[in-house]
Ligand binder design. Structure first.
Ligand code: SF4
Length: 217
């Protein structure tokens, strides 16, 4: 028996769009405005290395699992973890087909360099919360890898972050259930938005370009 109707679940990666701009998230996830450059936002080519479904690789005391499907019934979300490193540790959890106990550490691969905003961090926290629920354990450490600096940054996961992720998903579900797309609130961040072509012409239909430019500047 299915515990929840998983058809209601939102894409986990949407949390990064929602943190960046709620309207961007709604255009992508409610209005299905997928453009080629939206996929670029996702940095798919960076994921190529990680996208070998369920590849398990053992390196010493580390088990590396790539493209691992994850979900949370609490958050009502599902997605894919680029990489989960399972580190052998007596305080960890048992894994099917493996001897010993392991602590899971999610690693998310990103294009470019670390962003000013914290959208990548919250995506990673959501992944950690999925793993906590699925494996019944704590996930207190995770990593963001940026291809431009070829370096991974450690993220220590706190209760405040988990609580914020819960709030964000509640808000996303409320918007999704109402099929609500927030109105345009332009800012400098729009310069980094790949949906400008979709978002802004719509804006021009509702207010004059001059008015928009005055507000924008
Ligand atoms: S152009 Fe600006 S307001 Fe519109 S979706 Fe992008 S970031 Fe949001």
């Amino acid at each position: 028996m299915m515990e929840n109707n998983e058809l209601d679940y939102l894409m986990l990666s949407g949390i990064q769009h929602f943190k960046f701009c709620q309207r961007q998230w709604a255009l992508i996830h409610i209005e299905q405005q997928w453009e080629e450059n939206v996929r670029t936002i996702e940095g798919q080519h960076v994921h190529k290395k990680a996208d070998k479904p369920f590849l398990r690789e053992k390196r010493g005391d580390k088990l590396i699992v790539r493209a691992m499907p994850i979900r949370s019934h609490e958050l009502k979300t599902s997605g894919i973890c680029d990489v989960v490193e399972f580190i052998q540790n007596d305080e960890g959890v048992e894994l099917q087909g493996e001897v010993g106990k392991f602590v899971p550490i999610p690693v998310e691969y990103k294009r470019g360099k670390p962003k000013k905003g914290n959208e990548d961090v919250f995506q990673l926290v959501a992944q950690a919360m999925c793993l906590e629920e699925m494996l019944v354990c704590d996930v207190n450490l995770a990593y963001l890898y940026y291809d431009e600096i070829k370096h991974r940054e450690a993220v220590v996961i706190t209760e405040e972050m988990r609580s914020e992720v819960r709030n964000i998903f509640q808000q996303m579900h409320r918007y999704f259930n109402r099929q609500y797309t927030p109105k345009v609130k332009p800012g400098k961040f729009c310069n980094n938005c790949s949906l400008q072509n979709i978002c802004l012409p719509e804006l021009e239909n509702t207010i004059s370009v001059r008015h928009y430019m005055e507000r924008y500047l």
